[in-house]
Design a protein around this ligand. Sequence first.
Ligand code: SF4
Ligand code: SF4
Length: 469
Amino acid sequence: MRAKTFKGGIHPKEYKELSNQCPITPAFPASKTVTIPVTMGGAPNQPLVKVGDEVAKGQIIASGEGFMNCPVHSSVSGKVKKIQNCLITGNGMAPCIIIEADDAGRETLLPVLNPFETTKEQALARIKEAGIVGMGGASFPAHVKLNPPADKIIDYVLINAAECEPYLTCDERTMLEQPAKVIDGLAIVMHIINGGKDGQGHAKGIIVLEDNKEYILPALENEIAAAGYADKMSVCLVKTKYPQGAEKFIVSAATGREIPSAKLPADAGCVICNVGSICSISDAFRLGMPLIERSLTISGGAVEKPVNLRVPVGTIVSDLMPSCFTLKSEGASEPVKIISGGPMMGFAMASADFPVAKGTSGVTFLTEKETFLEEESQCISCGSCVAKCAMRLSPALIVRELKAGNIEKAKSFGLMDCIECGCCAFVCPAKVNLIQRIRLGKGIVRQKMAEEKTKAAAKAAAEKAEGGK
Ligand code: SF4
Ligand code: SF4
């Protein structure tokens, strides 16, 4: 099978060998305490419990009324100790529910449900009830993603199995250890996208796999054949190149289609799910299990023995030391940077005292040698960033305009099309802080848009009130 690819991109050292031989091992925080963010994707939730309440594993503890809300469940049987702002991924503070586990073993799972006997609406309701979000990092609510507008005809359900971030291997291990669950989850999503038990849809499933994981291909193909889905599902091999896992490149490699600028995969007739999310969808039906646990990779040159773990959502990363992993402490091997996620698209964290959320695919502890902490200097107009940008942008030009405060000009150069892959910063010989400046610029644009939306809503409400007099 010839592997497909895209123009641009980079080949950072993969470091997959540090952890891809490590089976996913169940683990529990040493303090027996979890810190669960009230919102992990979707609209802001409200806590439904108070300090002192006893909760069951699987009980909904935070939620909201809106379509975009995604409920959050307790990942342990225990007692609510505190509800307070805590450090979360991204280095911000956010409301979290702190629960101390007990030995009572209270559990509130959902009733087991045959996914293929459900209507589309029933299946989407189950996915929402189970609190499933995109587990690759974006944490977009799955019940919204799997319900595209009626005018978007979906031809393909794609599983993003590229896992192109260096160091991270939990998706690779999941496919190797549980191929049947991956195929089942894909079949369930295809059932939903095709309209449920009365549906007429024709969408096919494609698992998009980087060729550094080609050895998993036979297991996936055998499972597809054994489940009787050979005419509906296939595996597409793509070249190992960063950022192959970006939605735009997953779609073009698997289907030959282009997602138009500022549009979504649904605009190219595709829906894309992450490996972890697809397994959680299977669990939500087959086991009645909400999204209360997740697999993640703990790796990096500063980790003694990198691992793949399965932990309760809300586990504080540092609470897994030293029982599950330890850090090196000698000179050049010491960690100088902690990243929630992988080094290319993850978030640098001030400490490891933050909780594993639904979207935390890994934590990377980097040594000085593994980081790009050199001082920023002047752009020398070498053009390397332009050559490597797979979105065909001119990062140097965008950043020049941002530095000058010309947001509109930066937008006209494609600021909002940037997928924040970090390829430009990776190759820049002057170590210009391209990605940080672009993220900042996008944040300013988004804030402006939100302010304009609020103003417009207030104006409309005032006009309505005026008209009603
Ligand atoms: S400009 Fe954006 S999309 Fe292009 S390489 Fe840089 S981070 Fe990636
Ligand atoms: S790679 Fe760095 S130095 Fe070269 S043009 Fe881009 S920003 Fe300037």
